[in-house]
Design a protein around this ligand. Structure first.
Ligand code: SF4
Length: 395
């Protein structure tokens, strides 16, 4: 992880807005492909100087809906990012592209693989047409199956399917069938998220008005265990509370992030987190306004400080204790757990002693275990489903 960075490219354009979504994306009839690519290129050159000698280990193109981009436009975007890298670095990258069913076909996947993409993440979300309709998705089961099949046939090293569980009235047996059907299609990775309704979304409004009721915590816990049981049986092991992979198919990009590694974010609303010289770690968020981002990237020149681009961008210095808390929060969600020494080193002496006691308490309660002479903290099967609650103790 030392001297490694990940690169995230945000393409914030969608055809329509899903009712549960609060991601930074815009409903766009026309996407400014060339201008946006040029802006990403300009920002990449700016950010690389800040990342110093660090070599990228992964590029993740997310959104939004990257599959609204024709393959040739995505290929030239990827080429702009890999152009300044050494041949060896470029060849060793994990390059992921997110895609939604219906936008994509076999040639689209094949062309991207020929450009070095070796991982696809398909927004399947469900394999039931009624549930897909409830989720406001543009595709049906047949589109989803066709997209996953085409991605697998493209020869990409790994194919992930995103799945949402916990829609109103969903029965465990339906979820079981969906999981088996996806594994049968040849996926090597699955991300399963419970449906949430963030404030301000259409779904949260429907819940507030009493039109929709989401499953309670017990039902969700049952479904979480079900997902884990079925996928375990089918050879996809959990490595994070929502992520499952066949051996050798864990997502390198996300692991780097969960381990607290530095990352560059490129694009409107993109978030990055890097060391800013001797000012410590800084998280920046670019403006979410696409026109504002394009103008800011065009005018960008290496600033003295690490900043977000555009009006309304955010620069957030991360005090060491906050870094330690975030590392514990993300690390406890992984089956590898948290490597404690560098985390404890971030804390002042008095807090370090308190954290030692909290760790001992978790072990005594059967929520966690330690290994490697107490240096590695991992949650047990009891603690793992409650990772977020456990992490709150450190805040
Ligand atoms: S496609 Fe994805 S990013 Fe776009 S609105 Fe739907 S959930 Fe949000």
């Amino acid at each position: 992880m030392k001297n490694s960075i990940s690169v995230y490219v945000h393409l914030p354009f969608c055809r329509s807005r899903c009712p549960y979504c609060d991601f930074a994306s815009h409903e766009s009839a026309a996407i400014p492909f060339d201008d946006y690519s040029a802006a990403i290129d300009a920002e990449w050159h700016l950010r690389r100087t800040k990342a110093g000698a660090s070599a990228p280990i992964s590029i993740y193109i997310g959104g939004g809906t990257p599959s609204l981009w024709p393959a040739d436009k995505l290929k030239s975007l990827i080429a702009r990012i890999t152009a300044p890298l050494s041949k060896d670095t470029a060849a060793s990258l994990e390059i992921t592209v997110e895609a939604n069913p219906k936008d994509t076909d076999g040639p689209w996947f094949d062309e991207l693989v020929s450009a070095g993409v070796n991982r696809f993440s398909i927004g399947v979300q469900a394999l039931d047409d009624q549930r897909l309709h409830f989720l406001g998705r543009r595709h049906d089961r047949r589109d989803a199956e066709a997209a996953v099949t085409a991605a697998v046939r493209s020869g990409a090293r790994s194919v992930n399917a995103d799945l949402i569980y916990g829609t109103p009235g969903q029965r465990p047996a339906e979820l079981t069938d969906e999981l088996h059907a996806l594994v049968d299609l040849g996926i090597s990775h699955l991300s399963a998220y419970e449906l949430t309704a963030p404030k301000g979304t259409r779904l949260s409004g429907r819940i507030r008005r009493g039109e929709v009721t989401l499953p309670d915590q017990d039902a969700l816990a049952t479904m979480w265990h079900l997902v884990r049981g079925v996928l375990d049986q089918r050879g996809l092991a959990p490595y994070e509370t929502s992520n499952y992979a066949r051996q050798g198919h864990r997502c390198r990009h996300n692991l780097h992030y969960w381990r607290g590694g530095p990352y560059i974010g490129l694009g409107a609303a993109a978030v990055g987190c890097l060391t800013d010289g001797n000012r410590g770690m800084v998280r920046y968020t670019n403006t979410g306004d696409v026109a504002g981002y394009l103008a800011a990237a065009r005018a960008a020149h290496p600033p003295g400080r690490l900043v977000g681009l555009g009006e309304g961008s955010v620069r957030e210095p991360l005090p060491p204790t906050v870094q330690a808390q975030e590392r514990v929060m993300l690390g406890l969600r992984t089956t590898d757990g948290v490597w404690l020494p560098p985390v404890l080193d971030l804390l002042p002496d008095e807090t370090r002693a308190k954290w030692g006691k909290w760790v001992a308490d978790l072990v005594e309660e059967g929520m966690a275990t330690t290994s490697d002479n107490g240096n590695c903290l991992k949650l047990t099967n009891t603690g793992f489903p409650l990772a977020d609650l456990v992490a709150e103790r450190f805040f």
